[in-house]
Every structure is written in structure tokens, then in C-alpha cells.
Design a protein around this ligand. Structure first.
Ligand SMILES: NC(=O)c1ccc[n+]([C@@H]2O[C@H](COP(=O)([O-])OP(=O)(O)OC[C@H]3O[C@@H](n4cnc5c(N)ncnc54)[C@H](OP(=O)(O)O)[C@@H]3O)[C@@H](O)[C@H]2O)c1
Length: 288
């Protein structure tokens, strides 16, 4: 492929590592032949933006751009989607952050002040969920984490969850708000747990299932008034750089086990459907 041709607001990054997201994989079938997939990753700036903004040459960065083109040795990316990163964190750790961790932070923030409040996180073992658990706990919430694999509940408690459950159905009592990464029946059940005025952020849809609400879910009742469900799209979120910078400087954030592979294995991994055994799969770009 030719080297990227940056526009004036774009800098060029030498890509060191990337960690495919579910959305990257889902989008592959719609890409035309010859397109370069990949939303996000980590690397080092090799050419600054011509308009003078953003990180400088030689700086370690994380980046995201839903235009894709990230699974490459170099990519052009807008400076407004590129954040300076700690050099004390590995390229592989940093590569896991841009899309999932930024989404988790923005999703939790949408719930408003959560200090002392009970917050439900559904799909807590995924890349978004585990960061959401940590951020919500730091923010002072009583975190109720839902993950279908009970073997990972102890880990979720170490990350800050106060309660763990295998499904939303077993959660007792109401919650102030919820971040749902699963959809389907879990989203319907999460909505049913909301206090009056509470919100479910329907951020992810890992189950790929329809949502069917029972009669009564929206019927007037003072104890459930003004509840809402809201959709979320990271690509529509403004001013991401300060939050990306915060995450890329955070030495206490646990991203879980990483399965690091050379990027020559990417094609086979994609052809197999992107299998994982617990940790996040990260590809290390070997520069030619
Ligand atoms: N709206 C946005 O802008 C945005 C941004 C980022 C991500 N997302 C979406 O958010 C979701 C999570 O992303 P991610 O990166 O965290 O994905 P991930 O790392 O693959 O995690 C997926 C999570 O979903 C769980 N899961 C999958 N299928 C399930 C099912 N049928 N029932 C119950 N749990 C199930 C997995 O559990 P196990 O660990 O047990 O396998 C895991 O906890 C995806 O749908 C992704 O596309 C949306």
C-alpha cells in the first residue's frame, strides 16, 4: 500500500500496536477491496500536522479514527483524535485503550454524579466493561458488575466491583444508572432495575439480540417515572483528546491479560473469526 497522504490537520504515526475491536471485525465485510481496516492503536509521531497542532515528532501517542486505516505500518490521523501517551506504558497496553477505554469513560460520565450511587455495568469482563468498572469505582459508585463467567468475578471485585452477578436477573434492588454492553434481554432487565429518573446507556450490543419490553415497562408509576434508555456512539463524542490523554497516562488502569502476536498472524486470526481465550488480542507491527 502507498504511504498515507496526510491532510493539513493530520499527523502521521508509525503504528507500533493495535488491538482489534468487535466493531473493527464487524465492519470488515463492508470494506471495499484494497481498503485498510483498523480504528485505533498506539505508535510514535513521524510527521507533525501541517497546521501546527497536536503532538510533535517522536512523541508516543494513542490514536483513533473511525475512518479506519490503522492496521498499517503508518497512518494519517487527525490531531483531534491523537493523544500523548506515557512512555512508561507499553505500546501493547496503550493499543488497548483508544476505542474501549474512551467509550467506557464517556459512558460512565453520561450517568452524571455517581458518588455513593449504585451503578450497574453489564458485560463487565469485556474491554469496555472492565475499564467502566474501574472508572465508576474511582468515581465513588457502588458498582454492580454483571459477567456471565463466574470465574472472573473475583477479578472484577479486585477492579472495584462491590457486587458481582452472572446475569441482570439475579441483581436485587434498584440502581441509579446502568452501562450495558450486551443488549437483548440484559438491556431489558437493566431498564427494569432503574430508579425513577435513571438511565441505561445502551453502549454495546455483544449479544446481537433483539430487545422486547414486557407490557408495563413504560406505564406511568411514580417509582419508575422519567427513566430512559440512550444510545451511544463514540464517533459522535466531542473533544476526546483530554480524556484519551488521561487514560494514556494512567499507570493504575488494568487492561487485563494481553495475547500479543506478530501482525503477520492477523489475516489468519481474522479468517478464524477473531478467537480469544480470556485476554485482549494485540498485534505488534513489525516495521519493514
Ligand atoms: N457505541 C460505541 O461507540 C461503542 C464503542 C465501543 C464498543 N462498543 C460495543 O460495546 C460492546 C463491547 O465492546 P468490547 O470492546 O468491550 O467487547 P469485548 O471485549 O469483546 O467484550 C464483550 C463482552 O460481552 C460479553 N458477551 C458477549 N456475548 C455475550 C452474550 N451473548 N451474553 C452475555 N455476555 C456476552 C463478553 O463476555 P465474556 O468475557 O464472557 O466472553 C464480554 O464481557 C461491543 O458490542 C462493541 O461493539 C460500542
Amino acid at each position: 500500500m502507498p504511504d498515507p497522504a496526510p491532510r493539513s490537520h493530520e499527523l502521521v504515526v508509525r503504528v507500533d500496536a493495535f488491538a482489534p475491536n468487535p466493531g473493527d471485525l464487524a465492519g470488515l465485510r463492508d470494506l471495499p477491496d484494497g481498503a485498510i481496516p483498523g480504528w485505533d492503536g498506539s505508535g510514535v509521531v513521524v510527521a507533525p500536522a501541517a497546521d501546527g497542532n497536536g503532538p510533535r515528532v517522536g512523541e508516543r501517542v494513542i490514536f483513533l479514527s473511525l475512518d479506519a486505516a490503522g492496521w498499517a505500518e503508518q497512518r494519517a490521523v487527525p490531531h483531534a483524535m491523537t493523544a500523548r501517551a506515557s512512555t512508561a506504558l507499553t505500546a501493547e497496553h496503550l493499543a488497548t485503550l483508544p476505542v474501549p477505554a474512551t467509550s467506557a469513560l464517556r459512558g460512565v460520565r453520561r450517568l452524571g454524579s455517581i458518588l455513593g450511587r449504585r451503578i450497574l455495568i453489564v458485560g463487565a469482563t469485556g474491554a469496555v466493561g472492565r475499564v467502566a468498572v474501574q472508572i465508576a469505582a474511582r468515581s465513588g459508585a457502588h458498582v454492580v458488575a454483571v459477567a456471565r463467567d463466574a470465574d472472573r468475578h473475583r477479578e472484577l471485585r479486585r477492579l472495584g466491583a462491590s457486587e458481582t452477578h452472572r446475569s441482570v436477573e439475579s441483581v436485587g434492588g434498584r440502581v441509579h444508572g446502568a452501562l450495558d454492553l450486551i443488549g437483548g434481554e440484559q438491556l431489558v432487565a437493566a431498564y427494569g432495575l432503574l430508579d425513577a429518573g435513571g438511565t441505561v446507556i445502551a453502549l454495546g450490543h455483544a449479544a446481537g439480540a433483539d430487545e422486547m419490553f414486557p407490557y408495563g415497562a413504560f406505564v406511568a408509576d411514580p417509582s419508575t417515572a422519567n427513566r430512559s434508555i440512550t444510545s451511544f456512539f463514540l464517533g459522535a463524542e466531542p473533544d476526546l483528546v483530554p480524556d484519551m490523554t488521561y487514560l494514556a497516562a494512567d499507570h493504575d488502569l488494568h487492561v487485563g491479560p494481553l495475547d500479543v502476536r506478530p501482525w503477520a498472524e492477523l489475516g489468519d486470526w481474522v479468517a478464524e473469526g477473531g478467537p480469544r481465550s480470556g485476554g485482549r488480542v494485540v498485534f505488534r507491527v513489525d516495521q519493514a
